[in-house]
Structure formats: C-alpha cells, structure tokens
Design a binder for this molecule. Structure first.
Ligand SMILES: *[C@@H]1O[C@H](CO)[C@@H](O)[C@H](O)[C@H]1NC(C)=O
Ligand SMILES: *[C@@H]1O[C@H](CO)[C@@H](O)[C@H](O)[C@H]1NC(C)=O
Ligand SMILES: *[C@@H]1O[C@H](CO)[C@@H](O)[C@H](O)[C@H]1NC(C)=O
Length: 185
C-alpha cells in the first residue's frame, strides 16, 4: 500500500505542472424526439433545446410550456442504445422504467427536485399548465464517469407517459453522448 502511495505521488510530481488527462462526459446532441407526436406533447419548447455543457454539468436555458396538468399515474421510460463510434450500427442496451415520479419531484432532498427547484415557477406535482423558465437549472452528469462508456456512442430516449388509458406520451427527449479523455491544465 505504502509503496503504491509513493509511486503514485512521484508520478503525480513528474506530471506536476503539465496537463492532466481526465475523463469527461460529452453531450453531443440533446433534442426533442423528432417523432410524429411531438407537436402534441404536453411539454412544449419554443425551439430547439438550449443547453450548455461544462465539466460534466449540463445547464438548460430558456423556457417551456406545460399545456395541461401533469399528474400521476406517470411513467418514465429510458431506452439506451449502444452505437459504434461511426454510428453505423446500434444495438439495444437497456430499458429502464420508472413510476411514482411525483414522489421524487416533490421530495426536496431528491436530485430531481433539486433540479426542478431551479425552474420558475418551481416544478411540483401536480404540474400546472403555464410557462416555466430555467433559472440556474444544472444537472450533474459526473455519476456517469465510472461507467464503462468509452469506445461507443450512447443514444438514449427519455419518454414520459401518462398511464391513464389510453396511455399517452407527454414528452420525449433524445440524447447522444460519449465519454472522452481531455487534457486539463
Ligand atoms: C393531437 O391530438 C389531437 C387530440 O388528441 C388529435 O386530434 C390530433 O390529430 C393530434 N395531432 C397530431 C399531430 O398528432
Ligand atoms: C441560449 O441560452 C443562452 C443563455 O441564456 C442565450 O444567451 C442564447 O441566446 C440562447 N440561445 C437561443 C438559440 O435561444
Ligand atoms: C420563451 O422563450 C422564447 C424563445 O427563446 C422567447 O421568445 C419568449 O419570449 C420566452 N417567453 C418567456 C415568457 O420568457
């Protein structure tokens, strides 16, 4: 252990003053899903999603409109495809389903609630119709850094549904991301 520590610290010293190689999450695309239903989504954006990215933090800008009350029973489905770097092939990788979303949205200690707290007015269930503005809405994606994402591009779709029959898609965002090594001074 101690030897490892000495080797590590001397490596650090050798590297001292030079650029460090660190892993960074890269959001290549984030957009409203270009599907036939998007004109009817309950969550409407006035244009393309406006976001900026720095040090694994994604920050959203602008506003969106909720056209009718959003309330339980809700369902969030996240579909993840793993693609080759050249995007010539993709394969289904994972499908995650979440329910009881309002419990997270309304729990002040939850990361989801912390994000929605930076929207004006604050997003809480039942989510009322109206115009909402991102204030300092930042989502920390550094939880992805330990994941073995390198060597692929990851295509994800986040789909929000109302489970009241007939089940309806209220919103969908599509994302393309990857993991890069970058030099940091
Ligand atoms: C939107 O929804 C309405 C009512 O549910 C439907 O009549 C209309 O065809 C839909 N429009 C699109 C573009 O899907
Ligand atoms: C995106 O948001 C930034 C920061 O608020 C703003 O300066 C920029 O004009 C916005 N871009 C668009 C296309 O709305
Ligand atoms: C919402 O954003 C659009 C496009 O950036 C802008 O034209 C509009 O004024 C904004 N509305 C409000 C209420 O801020």
């Amino acid at each position: 252990m101690m030897l490892a520590g000495i080797i590590l610290s001397s490596l650090f010293m050798i590297n001292g003053g030079r650029a460090k190689r660190i892993k960074e999450y890269v959001q290549e695309i984030a957009e409203i899903c270009p599907n036939a239903n998007s004109g009817n989504f309950t969550v409407q954006f006035p244009g393309p999603l406006n976001y900026s990215m720095s040090s694994n933090l994604i920050k959203l800008h602008g506003n969106f409109t909720i056209t009718e009350t959003i309330q339980e029973p809700l369902e969030l489905i996240i579909l993840i495809d793993r693609c080759a770097l050249d995007m010539k092939t993709c394969e289904e990788h994972n499908k995650l389903t979440f329910t009881n979303l309002c419990r997270h949205v309304n729990d002040e200690k939850d990361v989801v609630a912390k994000f929605f707290k930076n929207v004006d007015p604050i997003v809480r269930c039942p989510i009322k119709p109206g115009i909402y503005k991102f204030k300092n809405a930042v989502f920390d994606l550094s939880f992805t850094l330990p994941l073995p994402m390198e060597g692929y591009r990851w295509q994800a779709k986040l789909k929000l549904y109302s489970r009241i029959r007939p089940k309806r898609e209220l919103f969908c965002v599509s994302s393309l991301s990857s993991m890069h090594w970058v030099n940091k001074p």
